[in-house]
Structures are given as structure tokens and as C-alpha cells.
Design a protein around this ligand. Structure first.
Ligand code: COA
Length: 254
């Protein structure tokens, strides 16, 4: 079981638990997360959701092997079900990030309401380095959040950044010692047990109202290009390089 879910004391917890592969996300895992998000959204006893990884890794992003073997073919692919379920979640979603958050591990944070990051965490969106393009509306949300110049460092160069940087550029709420991240995220989630639930849902909807259509439209546009790029020679070179534990060589491409 690579995704563990539990509903305790009003909090639905989704825990990514595949440490032997650095919590890389497979189709089956996206499906489980999508199902858990939808179930929590519909469950009246749930007041908030918590997404967490393992103590040394949040997630290394899409499972590259799974991606190569069966790239997402259409909008019903589990990865897109997961994206829609997270964007559409009416209840507060809190993320607790320990260790690395790579690719969708970082872009999913853009759709959470609260993000707590460990002081030794590293975030990165190395899509271009993999011959790919940004996903999960990061090409829309990041430039808006931090300006084009800083977004370009993260999306075009794929520069990694720290939890403190994530706070500074508006992705995260706070950076904490690693051992305190999950506890802080849980404390915030538990506060929603005492708040008026429909006022919380309506307020979240109002906060996201202006951007939600654009976010969904951008996810679609990105997905079309991402899908084509997954089969591109540049991506093939990058994926092979990853598994051969070498740097990709893009010198022959124009
Ligand atoms: N997809 C598939 N397998 C992955 C993976 C991914 N995204 N990330 C890690 N793994 C696998 C490795 O292949 C390795 O498998 P093996 O033990 O069978 O050889 C195992 O997980 C451990 O990874 P390793 O790279 O040895 O760990 P590390 O501590 O040296 O580095 C990371 C950790 C997260 C920095 C590194 O694994 C990484 O950069 N992963 C790829 C991240 C990425 O590009 N994600 C974006 C995808 S769109």
C-alpha cells in the first residue's frame, strides 16, 4: 500500500508511503489520492485534509518508469483525476513537506491552502531538464505568485530551492524543524474542527473563484503539450539518463 489514508478527529490524512522509490507517484497512487480527496470532500465528518509524505521524502514526483510505460492518455488518466480533485476540494487542504518535493511534489502545493516545510527540505520543478513542460497550472500560478523572473529560475532552469525560499516567494506558510512539520500541519487542520464548516467552504470558494476556471483551463493546455513531450526524443534521452544515473545530453537536439 503506497498511499495510506485515515480519517481521525475530523481530519482526513493522505500519506504518501513508498520510501523505497522516494515516494514516486504511480498511476495507482494518483487514483488512490483522487479517490481519497473526493471521499473526504463528500464526508460530512471531515473538516480539513492533510497531505504528508515520509520523514525523509515528501515525493520525488511522477514515477518516471510508470510514465514511460503508460503515459497519461486522456483527461480520465488518474493524474488528471487527482489534479481535478485537489483543485476542486472545498475543504481546507494542509500540506506537510519533509525532505524533497520534486515536480508535482512542488506543484501540488500551489493548490493547497496551507503549506509547512522542513528547514532541510528541497523543492524543485525540473520539468525542462526532463524534456518536459510545467504541469498542474504551475505555468500560470507561479509567475503570478512571484513574478516572471523568479518563476523562470524555477520553471525554465529548474533551480532547486529551500523551504525558506518557498515561504519568501509565497508558496509556503512557514519553515520549521523537520520533526515539527507534521505536528504543526495537524494543529492547523484541527483548528477547523472549531470553525463554522460552511463558512470555511464558502470562504475558500470565494478565495479561489477568480482563478479556478483559468487553473482548470491551464491544466488542460499544459497536459496536451506535456503528453506530446513525454514521447519526445528529448524526454526519452532525459529518462534514460535518469535510470543510467548520468546527465542527459541534449547537444544533438535543435
Ligand atoms: N520515478 C521513478 N523512480 C524514482 C523516482 C522517480 N521520480 N525518484 C526516485 N526513484 C527511484 C530511483 O530510481 C531509485 O531506484 P533504485 O533503488 O531501484 O535504483 C530509488 O528511487 C532511490 O532513488 P535515488 O535517486 O537513488 O535516491 P537519492 O536519495 O539519491 O535521490 C531524489 C533522491 C528524489 C533527489 C532523486 O531520486 C530524484 O531526483 N528523483 C527524480 C525526481 C524527478 O525528476 N521527478 C520529476 C518527475 S516529472
Amino acid at each position: 500500500m503506497s498511499i495510506k489514508t485515515a480519517i481521525v478527529n475530523g481530519i482526513s490524512t493522505i500519506e504518501i508511503a513508498r520510501p523505497e522509490k522516494k515516494n514516486a507517484l504511480t498511476r495507482a497512487m494518483y487514483q488512490e489520492m483522487a479517490d481519497a480527496l473526493l471521499a473526504a470532500n463528500a464526508d460530512k465528518s471531515v473538516r480539513a485534509l492533510l497531505i504528508q509524505g515520509q520523514p525523509t521524502i515528501f515525493t520525488s514526483g511522477n514515477d518516471i518508469e510508470d510514465f514511460m510505460a503508460s503515459p497519461p492518455r486522456d483527461e480520465e488518466a488518474p493524474v488528471f483525476q487527482f489534479m481535478r480533485a485537489l483543485v476542486g476540494c472545498e475543504k481546507p487542504v494542509i500540506a506537510a513537506v519533509n525532505g524533497a518535493a520534486i515536480g508535482i511534489g512542488t506543484t501540488l502545493l500551489l493548490h493547497c491552502d496551507f503549506v509547512y516545510v522542513a528547514d532541510d527540505s528541497r523543492l524543485a520543478m525540473p520539468f525542462v531538464g526532463l524534456g518536459l513542460v510545467p504541469e498542474f497550472a504551475s505555468s500560470l500560478v507561479l509567475p503570478r505568485l512571484m513574478g516572471h523572473a523568479r518563476a523562470a529560475e524555477k520553471l525554465l532552469l529548474g533551480d532547486p530551492f529551500t523551504g525558506a525560499d518557498a515561504v519568501e516567494c509565497g508558496i509556503a506558510n512557514a519553515v520549521l524543524p523537520a520533526a515539527e512539520v507534521v505536528a504543526q500541519a495537524r494543529r492547523v487542520a484541527e483548528r477547523f474542527n472549531k470553525l463554522a464548516p460552511s463558512a470555511v467552504r464558502e470562504s475558500k470558494r470565494l478565495m479561489r473563484r477568480h482563478s479556478s476556471e483559468e487553473v482548470m483551463a491551464t491544466i488542460k493546455v499544459e497536459a496536451e503539450i506535456f503528453g506530446k513531450r513525454l514521447r519526445s526524443p528529448e524526454a526519452m534521452e532525459a529518462f534514460q539518463a535518469f535510470f543510467q544515473k548520468r546527465q542527459p545530453d541534449f547537444s544533438k537536439f535543435d
